[in-house]
Design a protein around this ligand. Structure first.
Ligand code: 2AM
Ligand code: CA
Length: 267
């Protein structure tokens, strides 16, 4: 990892986060993408533009995959690629002015190098450098100990559990409970901290999972598709980030449909 590059990312993320916090005092342009729950604001676009311009200025040979599509397209994994979600949890950003993140994953020849997740309203910047470990606000991040699946909480989203997507209610029946924030950034943070044993979500875009993928790799948390196959930053995928003590059992449950056990009333 190039430390000037790392330092640039820290400084740029601070600046972008401050602009997002400041934007809460203004009335923002909000547009619907697919429907009223899928929003894009002027700040999603402005934040991606901010990073794109910085990267073009300092690292013109690097390529960018961003949710708002300001740069690209990128069709192969050669060289250094930045995968950027300028605001993860845009619905929360608009409706709660809280519980959203900025996510950046850095990949070289398709392999994770470093990942950054900024919990903007908490002023908490999580990052991981592959080969070095995970950090929170520049201090080493040591997750809470994670035990077996049946003694843990898991992260996901309400929609997938209510629809029993990929038999995920079986997983819900196995664990103590599931938690959801409506932001992949915040959900992954709980796994990084060891407050949850795994994060599962189906049909994530590369910008939804790239940062978490790289930080988890740095921290020894296993990252694959839900069926155990490898992730690619070029593909939309079902994503599983799981601590080693729960990974195998989670994959087995998700891929061997069984009768769904009893789900705790307060899960
Ligand atoms: P976003 O705010 O960047 O779109 C909400 O459940 C989580 O899913 C957020 O991380 C959100 O990211 C993401 N999300 C929302 N709509 C999505 C969609 N249509 N496809 C994939 N991810 C989506
Ligand atoms: Ca987004």
């Amino acid at each position: 990892m190039d430390y000037q590059l790392h330092h640039h990312i820290l400084v740029w993320m601070e600046e972008a986060a401050e602009a997002l916090r400041e934007s809460h005092s203004r009335k923002l342009q909000v547009d619907e993408k697919k429907d009223a729950s899928d929003l894009v604001t002027e700040m999603d676009k402005a934040t991606e533009k901010f990073f794109t311009e910085k990267i073009r200025q300092f690292y013109p040979e690097h390529r960018i995959i961003g949710e708002e599509g300001i740069s690209g397209p990128v069709n192969d994994t050669n060289g250094m690629i930045w995968v950027i979600d300028p605001i993860d949890g845009t619905l929360n950003f608009v409706k709660q002015k809280n519980n959203f993140g900025i996510m950046i994953g850095l990949f070289y020849n398709g392999k994770p190098v470093a990942g950054y997740i900024y919990d903007v309203m908490q002023h908490d910047l999580y990052y991981g450098i592959v080969g070095e470990g995970m950090y929170l606000n520049n201090k080493p991040l040591k997750p809470l100990p994670v035990g077996p699946l049946n003694d843990s909480l898991i992260m996901g989203n309400v929609g997938m559990f209510s629809r029993n997507q990929n038999n995920c209610q079986s997983l819900l029946a196995t664990v103590l409970g599931a938690r959801a924030h409506g932001s992949a950034a915040l959900e992954v943070i709980q796994v990084l901290r060891g407050e949850a044993s795994l994060y599962l979500s189906f049909g994530l875009h590369p910008w939804d999972f790239a940062a978490g993928y790289a930080i988890c790799e740095a921290g020894g948390i296993i990252c694959t598709q839900a069926d155990g196959s490898p992730l690619s930053i070029l593909e939309k995928s079902p994503v599983l980030f799981a601590h080693p003590s729960v990974y195998k059992e989670a994959v087995k449950i998700l891929n061997n449909p069984t009768e769904i056990g009893e789900i705790n009333e307060y899960a």
